[in-house]
Write a protein that binds this ligand. Structure first.
Ligand SMILES: Cc1ncc(COP(=O)(O)O)c(C=O)c1O
Length: 355
């Protein structure tokens, strides 16, 4: 059990000047085949002079129907990140406690700590490939009795995708609300139907449209949950938080679900190739179901600097996740992945003891 201080989390993503200088960005895990054709035309038609629907009602209704749910179960947000902050504000406060299943995206702990809640981090063990140890997690939940538990599936930065069982066991181990952040779910082949857990009345599912559809600069995400909880979260959202362009993008995307299906199979092949190539270098690579891999390079900060300075490749140094020997790399198109493998080959050679 480890209390977490209020510190702004670090994120991946290249700076504009780095991109202009030709740096290849493996540090943010965005679909390299996005955005879908036609998106820019749909954006150009958006009405920028008028206020948009304050809570993206029409988009929420359409999204809800794709999940066979009523609109009251759904809240659209300015990216999943906004929703993380709103959930924390609605459900936590001084005197309450939350557990983050880690290693994890830093905003859960940050948003929770801002409310005055006590944040406890559970770190999945490295020897088990970062798969959470259920008995240990259950003991922690029994002891801490949190109001809210944050878990991602697939997890970031490991990409580990868990079946339904561990989530049901987690729900049995405490009485509060479980947030399952499914920001990277679109990249998983054959995911299980997590919507069924909404029947428990204690689960919030978070979805992001910024990674799969390449809208990181536009910002769009949504949550699914029991209407009573969704209402409490919505009460904290400022009106027009999801702007007209983001709403137009969302409505366009609803017509292009075939796009992500096609990308998923290509990216799965690219991930498998990249993983095999990195393992051939002797590097330990996470069993990721997502569009990124966690790679044990040793000395992550030095490795990140080496790759950027010598090869113009930006990767995510995972020191801020508590993993100073690991980097996270996005799965990109084949020629770029080959450049990453060549750069990491150079890194591995540079570390080999000289005869
Ligand atoms: C696990 C996880 N959840 C949520 C987010 C934020 O998503 P969005 O861009 O929709 O705010 C990220 C961003 O990297 C993430 O890694």
């Amino acid at each position: 059990m480890r209390p977490t201080a209020v510190e702004r989390p670090v994120h991946g993503g290249a700076r504009p000047d780095q991109l202009q200088a030709g740096v290849i960005d493996f540090s943010a895990s965005i679909n390299p085949y996005a955005p879908p054709p036609g998106l820019r035309r749909a954006l150009a038609a958006a009405d920028l002079r008028s206020y948009p629907d304050p809570f993206a009602g029409s988009l929420a209704t359409q999204l809800a129907s794709t999940h066979n749910l009523r609109p009251g179960h759904l809240l659209v947000g300015n990216g999943a990140s906004e929703l993380i902050f709103l959930i924390a504000r609605a459900l936590l406060g001084p005197g309450s406690r939350t557990v983050v299943v880690g290693p994890a995206f830093g905003e859960y702990a940050y948003a929770s700590a801002l409310t005055g809640a006590e944040v406890v981090t559970y770190l999945a063990p490295e020897p088990a490939g970062f798969v959470p140890e259920l008995a240990e997690l259950t003991r922690l939940l029994n002891r801490t009795r949190p109001a809210l538990v944050w878990a991602a599936n697939p997890a970031n930065p490991t990409g580990i995708y868990l079946p339904e069982g561990p989530f049901k066991a987690t729900l049995d181990a405490f009485e509060g609300v479980l947030v399952i952040d499914e920001a990277f779910r679109s990249f998983v082949s054959g995911p299980w139907p997590s919507e069924a857990l909404l029947n428990t009345g204690r689960v919030i599912l978070l979805r992001s449209l910024t990674k799969d559809f390449g809208l990181a600069g536009l910002r769009l995400g949504y949550l699914l949950g029991p209407p009573e909880i969704v209402d409490r979260v919505r009460a904290h959202q400022p009106p027009w938080s999801v702007n007209a362009l983001a709403q137009a993008a969302g409505e366009f995307i609803l017509t292009r679900t075939d796009f992500i299906d096609a990308c998923r199979s290509r990216l799965t092949r690219r991930r498998q190739e990249l993983r095999r190539a990195l393992e051939r270098l002797g590097l330990r690579v996470s069993d990721s179901a997502a569009n990124f891999l966690l790679v044990r390079t040793g000395a992550a900060t030095a490795c990140t600097e080496f790759l950027l300075e010598r090869h113009g490749i930006l990767v995510r140094d995972c020191t801020s996740f508590g993993l100073p020997d690991y980097i996270r790399v996005a799965v990109r198109r084949r020629p770029e992945n080959r450049r990453l493998v060549a750069a990491l080959t150079d890194w591995v050679r540079s570390r080999a003891p000289h005869p």
